[in-house]
Ligand binder design. Sequence first.
Ligand SMILES: Cc1cc2nc3c(=O)[nH]c(=O)nc-3n(C[C@H](O)[C@H](O)[C@H](O)COP(=O)(O)OP(=O)(O)OC[C@H]3O[C@@H](n4cnc5c(N)ncnc54)[C@H](O)[C@@H]3O)c2cc1C
Length: 508
Amino acid sequence: MAKAVKKKKTTSPKKNTNSSKKKSPSPKTSLKTLNVPNPKISLPHPEKVEAWGMNSHSLSPVLRPKTIQEISDIFQNANSHSLKIGLRGGGCSYGDASINSDGIVLDLSDYNKIIDFDPATGKLKAESGVTIKQLWEYGIERGFWPPVVSGTMYPTLGGALSMNIHGKNNYAVGSIGEHITEFTFLTAAGKILKCSPKLNSDLYYSAISGLGMLGCFLEVTIKMKPIHAGKMKVWPVVTRNFQEMFDYFEKEYKNSDYLVGWVDAFGSGKGLGRGLIHKSVHLEKGEDEDFPENCKLENQNLPTRFLGIVPKSWMWLFMKPFSFPLGMKFVNFGKYLSGFLSNNKPYMQGHAEYAFLLDYVPNWKYIYKPGYMIQYQVFLPKETAMSAMEEIFKHCHKRKIVSWLAVFKKHKPDPFLLTHSLDGFSMAMDFPVKKSTREKVWALTYELDEIVLRNKGKFYFAKDATMRPGIAQRFFPEKNLKQFHTLKKKYDPNSILQTDLYKRVFLS
Ligand SMILES: Cc1cc2nc3c(=O)[nH]c(=O)nc-3n(C[C@H](O)[C@H](O)[C@H](O)COP(=O)(O)OP(=O)(O)OC[C@H]3O[C@@H](n4cnc5c(N)ncnc54)[C@H](O)[C@@H]3O)c2cc1C
């Protein structure tokens, strides 16, 4: 058993530019002590805490505990002195899910040790501030990969569990929650409880997906997936419209470990929903001749330079000249056409390269500056998904607000209380926003909400920036929401935990 493994210092292709840490002023000059009885907590001067999509921010004092004791002390003070706390992991939620305009932000990214790993079972125990990057970097040289990863490697375990994230394999293995065998949890009221599907199961099924509103994940045990190769076999496949994309997913999902579709949202008429699918399959034992050499970190880490020369962190500057609607129409069409060059020609690709495509160009979100972006992701049941997505795309064309990047996935339901998943498909759409277009974009999402709700679809809080009060009540079963509010009262009787998202969606 490996014990107490400290966060590895590996060179990162992209720093998490969203960390509130960077802007932290010098603690010596800025700390002021709250006038509260022991244990005292010191509140630093407020700093800017931003949504990943840059669409909202707050100025908040940010605390960065490193131990359970420190987290516990902060909760105790909050309960005694009516402080409001918003929990934050990597800050990778696109909207205001980890922003707290009216109180403290508790940034858990320094609470980040891998504690224990058992190669016989694949069970890895870690503090909740450990990132997906730490997980895969720790696991891969030992022949393991995280069972579920997001399109970026910078979320923490705590943030991933609170949103119950999904990967490109959601249709096959479910959400991350289904791979968590147990965790310890500090309830907002200050009690530490061990949770598993059998132990404190009400908390297990509600804290996972619970938006950080019931307490704080402490030590989390996740079952890692054994792998037998450093690379996977990938098939790129062009699909000329929605029908072809849906047909391919339905035909291939049983033979695929991962499936993801990129969609050119500018396509219309016969090309509505055209795009490019990447299907991938793990290699079996013995199929990778270079195993375990291929699993070494130096062979997995994303390159930091383009063509070995240009630093990847500059790449967004080259994309910037195209960041207007006609430019993006051109870029999307170019990507679609280039797909024909490699159509159906399989190749081998490293795990990190396949999984974290969105980290390939660091800071790509800056192409939206001086504006910002929102991501609007809809989940639709398989029966209505295609017609609803067609209607959504046509409606965007009518309003002349088209997504610059659209991603398609297949899903299955899971047992967590506020999960976004269902038996169907999702479409994640990135929209650019400027001060002058904000009202129009928000109005568009309100119209799209109605299409989704009419088709019995759902939304995902990790991505949300626009949802109005009353909408959650229309897509979650009433009994789930009732239970969530009951548990909130039980585990957070003084309502110390809140975020801007929670207030916007549930309290307004
Ligand atoms: C480029 C990009 C690609 C993405 N791709 C995907 C994807 O493929 N699939 C997917 O599902 N999501 C995806 N996401 C969304 C992302 O995985 C989620 O938003 C995730 O929750 C972010 O984790 P975080 O640590 O950054 O948490 P934050 O965004 O900081 O917080 C998220 C929530 O977790 C709570 N929280 C944080 N830490 C704790 C803790 N220790 N205990 C209790 N609650 C806590 C916060 O209060 C908040 O409610 C993507 C995001 C980006 C930016």
